[in-house]
Design a protein. Structure first.
Length: 185
């Protein structure tokens, strides 16, 4: 694990591809094997933690997107000794919220954030497991910005660049960091 390329390859080797799920023609990238093996999980989380220990990138808060972004985001926040806030699907948070609706291939979805989750001026790392179309991450970014926070970077384990999400997010001005991309795989 001496170079980032070897870490990327090592993690890629532990991501399960499930063909034709949830629909024919889809190559589903399953991250659960990354979580099941303690060594793999440690290598993956350390890759993020070491990056965000850099004072230029260090967040005040980590925000995780429902639901797999919670797993990674909470661990990273703990390791960095910063707070963690969940961005949930509509109707899951008990306190006053702000919401953002975004488009899916076949409809729309809404995510919410507690109004007191971040303060104006907070530097936030926004994290999820995977970037596909980018809709969920973009909605999370907009929610955090509504409350006056600055999203310093969007991060994910996997990028599926052929679906256009990472390009869309970068074009919007959001810097991105991913560990593995499946371009042409």
């Amino acid at each position: 694990m001496q170079t980032s390329t070897s870490v990327n390859d090592y993690l890629r080797d532990h991501i399960r591809t499930v063909p034709d799920w949830p629909a024919p023609g889809v190559q589903f990238r399953d991250i659960t094997p990354l979580l099941q093996d303690p060594k793999v999980f440690r290598i993956m989380t350390d890759a993020f933690v070491h990056r965000y220990m850099d004072p230029k990138l260090r967040p005040d808060v980590v925000a995780g997107l429902d639901a797999r972004g919670f797993i990674l985001g909470a661990v990273i926040a703990h390791e960095l000794n910063v707070g963690f806030v969940p961005i949930r699907k509509k109707g899951k948070l008990p306190f006053t919220t702000v919401e953002e609706t975004y488009e899916l291939e076949y409809g729309s979805a809404t995510v919410e954030l507690h109004t007191d989750a971040v303060k104006s001026g907070d530097r936030v790392l926004l994290i999820d497991d995977l970037i596909a179309t980018g809709g969920t991450m973009m909605a999370g970014k907009k929610l955090l910005e509504k409350l006056g926070a600055t999203v310093v970077e969007g991060a994910a384990i996997v990028d599926l660049p052929e679906l256009g999400g990472s390009k869309h997010l970068k074009d919007s001005g959001l810097p991105l960091f991913t560990l593995v991309d499946f371009a042409g795989h």
